[in-house]
Design a protein around this ligand. Structure first.
Ligand SMILES: Cc1cc2nc3c(=O)[nH]c(=O)nc-3n(C[C@H](O)[C@H](O)[C@H](O)COP(=O)(O)OP(=O)(O)OC[C@H]3O[C@@H](n4cnc5c(N)ncnc54)[C@H](O)[C@@H]3O)c2cc1C
Length: 142
């Protein structure tokens, strides 16, 4: 399933999947295998924070499920995060359980111009440190 396909599945639910690398044709398996991130990672994290568990097939043919529904986390190897970012070298991911978020009731967007790169970076840092609920930040050069 691609990111675009997931988005259309979720359209009527009031929920959204927060990882957005700007590549709608990317598959969710590929995004997990590359630990994809994007402009929303600032607030919601990368694939690492948004994959709860997965089913994967090892080279031996063995099928593994990396986590159960229980929230307990100190129970052996963290196989989910071991496989995230493993670029297909450890297993083929066949199923993912993803974390979804509710679509905020209000979203405000702003574009600001800066004469220096440093000024832009400092403003982004200060906005975050001041407690503004920033969900997405992107820097555009010329
Ligand atoms: C326009 C554009 C902008 C992007 N911007 C960002 C960005 O801002 N931040 C960011 O982090 N990334 C970014 N990316 C990269 C993007 O996140 C990855 O290309 C994408 O996640 C890979 O998914 P894919 O389905 O294309 O995988 P592929 O390119 O097909 O595969 C990538 C790797 O994952 C492995 N793999 C694929 N599927 C599986 C599977 N089911 N199980 C195990 N291994 C698998 C492959 O073997 C390969 O090693 C961008 C890509 C594009 C095209």
């Amino acid at each position: 399933m691609t990111l675009d396909q997931l988005r259309s599945e979720l359209r009527a639910t009031g929920l959204f999947f927060a990882v957005d690398p700007g590549a709608g044709q990317a598959t969710l398996g590929g995004m997990a295998a590359t630990r994809a991130s994007g402009t929303t990672t600032l607030r919601y994290g990368s694939m690492r924070e948004n994959v709860i568990s997965m089913t994967a097939v090892l080279a031996s043919g063995e099928i593994i499920r990396t986590a159960r529904r229980a929230r307990k986390s100190s129970a052996g190897y963290d196989l989910t995060r071991l496989l995230i970012g493993s670029e297909g070298t450890l297993a083929v991911i066949t199923e993912l359980t993803l974390r979804l978020h509710g679509i905020p009731e209000t979203i405000v967007a702003a574009v600001a111009g800066f004469s220096t790169l440093e000024g832009a970076c400092r403003t982004a840092i200060q906005a975050i440190q001041s407690g503004l609920c920033v969900a997405r930040v992107e820097l555009l050069d010329e």
